[in-house]
Write a protein of this length. Structure first.
Length: 505
């Protein structure tokens, strides 16, 4: 981070009150193109005063937005959905330039985010309460759910479009104003979506973006005008967000890190398993909280499966994300690149067998880029850091287990419990696994079991702090509070005549 940047770099500033921020900015940070290894823009870093300005604008907007009809809210979300669909490639190219993921992966990210927008368009139905007539003589009782007011989201670098879409469409549909603090590593997607929301007709102040680092995060957590905070990121930061936010009286959902296992039983379709392992371990260069980072080979599976995996790994094309046919792009920053390399070195030093060494990769014309090829370890043991730690890079560890029972124990003893997968053709074994495994999301012959928008996303143990998962019905409940009314009325009197067709507004 530096206070100044070359004049040629574009400035990315906050979005407050329905427009780019024109107020003071004390600090700026560099935004990199990871394929080139050089700055492409600079982003404003918010201090507490800037966050307070965003909260003030959101508070004003929330008063009227919370009273806006469900029909009007849904229309705006439908319009936003159409704009994102129309501009999908533009948004995906922004992701590729700042995150580094290949264009096909970026397009998939936008599509998965749109699923939640589409789900949010159905909020008029999903927000319906309950009604009980005559709970006592001439007394009715019913429930409603109301918005919280101003809520915030703090999101990670690895899905700069999709993860925010897990949050703000539902929050806004429920009648809240939303403040987004995206990752400072790839901030442009948030700005792009803010502009599309404004074009869709969202009133100023209902959606705001504040960029920055820990100063902005702490200001969000401490501000009394923010009622709830959603977070996705690493476990240490998730714990900090949860403890700090709740200490300030906020409702908090904080999703942490992961170490996802994929168990392969001897009866599995090994070609399917090899495809799945490579796709799930190396897609997005391993920078996914749902990436498979541990492959547990049961019985003699490793000797039969690993040749298939290695064949596929060697066929992967690592290149700049916009290059046709690219399978893997660079890591997001130079610091993260160095961190992942250090784990490869630790794995070797601990005695794991490095079958594929991505450190030798060179991408012509991008020598300064943060490129690391696929790395594959065999004979990894649970005491090694490459097994215990979330690496968040293209590193797959193979652990050999003698039995299903041993494989299950490895999964259940992990500190993380985000996602897990099993590959088998035995329906009984699969059903037993889904009952016995301790994880929030389970895949059966599916390596990355990210739920559809009408379910909810979240893990167990150190992968989640708080009791609410994101999106789905749990998301609706997180962004609203319940109220129960008990009422008695005299006989209704009909007044006035209007033969016109009833209309909603």
């Amino acid at each position: 981070m530096a206070p100044t940047a070359p004049v040629s770099l574009s400035n990315i500033t906050h979005w407050i009150g329905g427009k780019p921020w024109s107020g003071p900015v004390d600090r700026w940070g560099d935004v990199y193109n990871p394929a080139r290894g050089e700055p492409s823009a600079r982003v404003a870093f918010a201090e507490a005063a800037t966050v307070a300005a965003a909260v003030a604008a959101a508070t004003d907007a929330a008063r009227s937005w919370g009273r806006t009809s469900l029909a009007a809210r849904a229309r705006i979300l439908f319009a936003f959905r159409e704009l994102v669909e129309r501009r999908k490639r533009d948004l995906a190219e922004i992701l590729t330039r700042e995150h580094g993921k290949v264009l096909s992966d970026a397009m998939g990210e936008v599509s998965r985010g749109l699923e939640v927008v589409e789900f949010a368009c159905g909020l008029p139905h999903l927000l319906k309460g309950e009604f009980s007539e005559n709970v006592s003589t001439d007394v009715d009782s019913y429930s409603i759910r109301q918005p919280l007011g101003v809520v915030a989201g703090i999101t990670p670098f690895n899905f700069p479009a999709m993860v925010p879409m897990w949050m703000y469409p539902l929050a806004i549909a429920c009648g809240n104003a939303f403040i987004l603090k995206p990752s400072e590593k790839d901030p442009s997607a948030a700005q792009f979506c803010a502009e599309l929301l404004a074009e869709a007709g969202l009133p100023p102040g209902v959606f705001s973006v504040v960029h920055g680092d820990k100063a902005a995060v702490d200001a969000i957590l401490a501000h009394q005008g923010i009622q709830a905070v959603s977070f996705v990121g690493s476990t240490p930061i998730a714990r900090y967000i949860y403890e700090t936010g709740t200490r300030h009286g906020k409702r908090v959902q904080a999703l942490g890190g992961a170490k996802n296992h994929m168990i392969v039983l001897p009866d599995a379709d090994l070609d399917l398993a090899a495809d799945a392992a490579v796709n799930a371990a190396y897609g997005s260069t391993g920078q996914r909280c749902m990436a498979i980072s541990v492959l547990v080979a049961v019985g003699d599976v490793a000797d039969r499966l690993l040749p298939r995996v290695r064949e596929r790994v060697r066929a992967l094309k690592v290149a700049e994300g916009l290059e046709p046919g690219a399978d893997m792009g660079p890591l997001v920053t130079r610091e993260h690149f160095a961190r992942v390399i250090s784990y490869v070195e630790q794995g070797q030093a601990a005695g794991a067998e490095l079958l594929e060494d991505g450190r030798q990769l060179r991408v012509p014309g991008h020598e300064r880029g943060f490129f690391l090829g696929p790395c594959l370890f065999d004979r990894v043991t649970p005491d090694m850091t490459i097994y215990t730690d979330e690496i968040f890079g293209p590193v797959l560890s193979v652990v050999r287990a003698e039995s299903y029972t041993e494989a299950l124990r490895l999964v259940n003893e992990s500190a993380f419990a985000n996602g897990v997968a099993i590959f088998t053709n035995d329906g009984g074994a699969a059903r037993r696994f889904q009952m016995e495994v301790q994880a929030g999301m389970v895949g059966i012959n599916v390596p990355i079991p990210v739920p559809m928008a009408y379910y909810s996303f979240g893990g167990w143990k150190s992968s989640l702090f708080g009791d609410a998962h994101v999106y789905g019905r749990e998301g609706i409940h997180f962004y609203t509070r319940g109220k129960v009314i008990t009422s008695r009325w005299p006989d209704p009197r009909h007044r006035g005549v209007n033969l016109g067709f009833p209309q909603m507004s």
